[in-house]
Write a protein that binds this ligand. Sequence first.
Ligand code: COA
Length: 199
Amino acid sequence: MTIFSQQAVTAVLPQRTVAALKTGRLVLRAPHADDATAMARLLADRRIAINTARIPYPYGIADAEQFITSVNRLDGEATFVVTLDAALIGICAVEPREGGPEIGYWIGVSHWGQGYATEAVRALIDYTFADLAHETLQAGTRVSNPASRRVLEKCGFQWTGVRLSRIRAINSAAPTDRYRLDRRLWLSLKSWSCAERVA
Ligand SMILES: CC(C)(COP(=O)(O)OP(=O)(O)OC[C@H]1O[C@@H](n2cnc3c(N)ncnc32)[C@H](O)[C@@H]1OP(=O)(O)O)[C@@H](O)C(=O)NCCC(=O)NCCS
């Protein structure tokens, strides 16, 4: 819920390197300047912006260019473009926030319902705990967004409550479900395998 700010840090902090991550079907990598056109094309669909905190709507190439140059500058931040067969289909990110690091993500509408968000967010979570050494992650999703809730639940996030969050694209606040995942729960889920049946 948190990501996609046009951070005012561009001028002061150097852009950091983030890893490239390969999952079963996707590659997550740092955004490049030439991703702006694909980002703007996908974000022309309002259904994405209205479910995130800070993506503006309407969304133009200049917004995408500003986003791409502003990300990956903060300590503890990692912003990835999500690619399928080398084509950009979404974004996922972790960034430091009040109360701890928070993840956010979106997938282009024509790719919804195929497990891509879950696959990308799982890779992001692994990177966050293993490489960035965060101890907890938080996430938020509008209460009217069951698909995003389901993504978070499939990734092990636990519901912690509801609060009002500002949604830039609707220029208003909306109730959001809040979620949390800590390192110990993540480690437990990662180590859980089926018992061997011995009798
Ligand atoms: C939320 C979003 C990322 C999901 O992407 P996706 O690639 O379709 O997600 P997945 O396919 O990995 O998982 C979606 C899950 O939600 C379920 N789902 C979808 N619509 C649903 C609905 N109306 N009610 C209940 N469950 C629903 C799917 O069945 C799936 O669960 P399952 O695997 O158990 O069947 C995508 O809809 C999106 O980008 N939305 C706009 C931005 C956004 O909401 N970002 C999150 C907040 S930052």
